[in-house]
Ligand binder design. Structure first.
Ligand SMILES: [Zn+2]
Length: 264
């Protein structure tokens, strides 16, 4: 099939999938069933017809307001849909039409959901991170090339090591410099997130996220948000998620560059 056509189809599928992610983002923190019927307006409770539920387009046509009660529709809805579309295309462009691209796309989708929930609600739901850890380990058994491993068992052990080390390093980092991002209950959600991520991307890339990418992004963007919005508490999950996406696409290049610089 023509490459442009493939990307277009993947993009549209990503937009629709993003629409489903928006449902997860609203319903998981509210402890509602994800499959519990059609979407309703959060203000007037009227059902949202399918013509008002087309990704991105409906948001523009309705000018970011509910058709019935004119309540504002948040920007996060179209942004999540667009981000998912771009993510899916990027995965296929980078990893081809392979199982690897599907796994990274789904991991990225989970990270989008976690990012938006953490940004608004200041927590990372166990409903995603805990199954995510097991799924990462199981997928690594059936797709050992996720870790550049040759056999299923080598893939599985790489995932377990990634989960342990990914969350372990973060524990140390938090203990050393946790003052900047301190929050109630010590952000155990972040550790579970990195266990999930580590199971998918392995020890080295998880270390790259923990040590390098997330702290730098957190320092730059977190400080900017703090200054602009005066937010007291900045969630760390979004920076771990963003760092993970960078590690998925450019982690090998960064690690190679670093090894070269270190060992010549
Ligand atoms: Zn309404």
């Amino acid at each position: 099939m023509d490459q442009g056509l493939v990307f277009s189809l993947v993009f549209v599928f990503g937009l629709l999938f993003g629409s489903f992610l928006n449902v997860c983002i609203r319903r998981i923190p509210a402890e509602e069933q994800i499959w519990a019927g059609r979407s309703h307006c959060r203000s007037c409770k009227k059902m949202i017809g399918w013509t008002d539920n087309i990704p991105v387009i409906s948001f523009c046509v309705l000018k970011a307001r509910c058709r019935h009660c004119k309540a504002r529709i948040g920007w996060s809805y179209p942004l999540v849909e667009l981000a998912t579309g771009i993510l899916f295309v990027a995965c296929v462009a980078r990893f081809g039409q392979t199982p690897l691209a599907v796994v990274y796309a789904l991991l990225g989708a989970a990270l989008i959901v976690l990012t938006v929930i953490d940004f608004h609600e200041m927590f990372l739901p166990d409903e995603i991170t805990l199954p995510g850890i097991s799924i990462g380990v199981i997928v690594s058994f059936f797709l050992p090339q996720l870790h550049g491993a040759a056999t299923p068992w080598a893939g599985l052990w790489a995932a377990v090591a990634g989960a342990l080390v990914g969350s372990g390093i973060l524990t140390v980092i938090r203990w050393l410099g946790g003052l900047a991002f301190k929050r109630e209950a010590m952000g155990l959600g972040d550790l579970k997130l990195m266990a999930m991520v580590g199971a998918f991307i392995g020890v080295y890339k998880a270390g790259l996220v923990d040590f390098f990418l997330a702290p730098i992004l957190g320092a730059l963007i977190g400080l900017a948000l703090k200054l602009r919005d005066g937010r007291e508490e900045i969630p760390f999950g979004p920076f771990l998620a963003a760092g993970t996406l960078i590690a998925i696409f450019w982690g090998d290049a960064i690690l190679n560059w670093y090894a070269h610089w270190l060992f010549g």
